[in-house]
Design a protein. Structure first.
Lengths: 115, 108
């Protein structure tokens, strides 16, 4: 089936540094999402993105977070600066549309550890 | 507050037994979806089921909107069914709100 890729699979950085998480969505999909899952806790929505704009974001999407997809390349989540509580697995997802049958396809996640 | 609640939190079965996973939601929704999360972490959609009953192989999902609940039934469980099952409600802009999951362990 359709695949979403995420790069890197793991990232370890020092608190205060910048990190960029990359997502290669399904090729013809138009809607993109980021979710965050802290170890042992539930998956939580961060943000979704369409046509170059953030459509909706949660309270977890702090001012230090930003997303973009320049020229149809990777859909990225940037955190600048990082904090200890940003340690989590970040999942990217994409969908063709937002209708009833438009399921989201998830990537394998990027495991971020902030020291 | 917590919009999606799942039960049980964990479940251990012997191979061949059946499993019944429950999901209750406290808010209005556009639709309900079940996911399987592999031990490594990636998610796979199992059922998109806004209402009624759907079956796929050994899996059956039933959603009753007016009672704000959905269930996932796994018959004749296999070791490879082990993992975490998440239910999620879909609201505006296709945003998914997940429950905490049911961790299923199927033993030989």
């Amino acid at each position: 089936g359709p695949k979403v890729l995420q790069i890197p699979s793991h990232q370890i950085i020092d608190m205060g540094q910048m990190v960029t998480l990359n997502c290669d969505p399904v090729s013809n999909h138009l809607y993109f999402y980021w979710y965050k899952q802290i170890l042992g806790q539930q998956m939580e929505f961060l943000v979704n993105f369409y046509n170059g704009k953030v459509m909706e974001k949660s309270k977890l999407f702090k001012d230090q977070f930003s997303v973009e997809r320049p020229d149809g390349s990777y859909f990225t989540l940037k955190i600048q600066p990082t904090a200890l509580e940003d340690s989590a697995v970040y999942f990217c997802a994409s969908s063709l549309g937002t209708g009833g049958g438009d399921t989201q396809y998830f990537g394998p996640g990027t495991r971020l550890l902030v020291l | 507050g917590q919009q999606v609640q799942q039960s049980p939190t964990s479940l251990v079965l012997q191979e061949g037994e059946n499993a019944e996973l429950q999901c209750n939601f406290s808010t209005s929704l556009n639709s309900m979806q079940w996911f399987y999360q592999r031990p490594g972490g990636s998610l796979v959609s199992v059922f998109y089921n806004p209402s009624g009953t759907k079956q796929s192989g050994r899996l059956t999902s039933t959603t009753v909107i007016k009672e704000r609940r959905s269930s996932l039934h796994i018959s004749s469980s296999q070791i490879t069914d082990s993992g975490t099952y998440l239910c999620a409600i879909r609201s505006n802009y296709n945003v998914l709100y997940f429950g905490s999951g049911t961790k299923l362990t199927v033993e030989p």
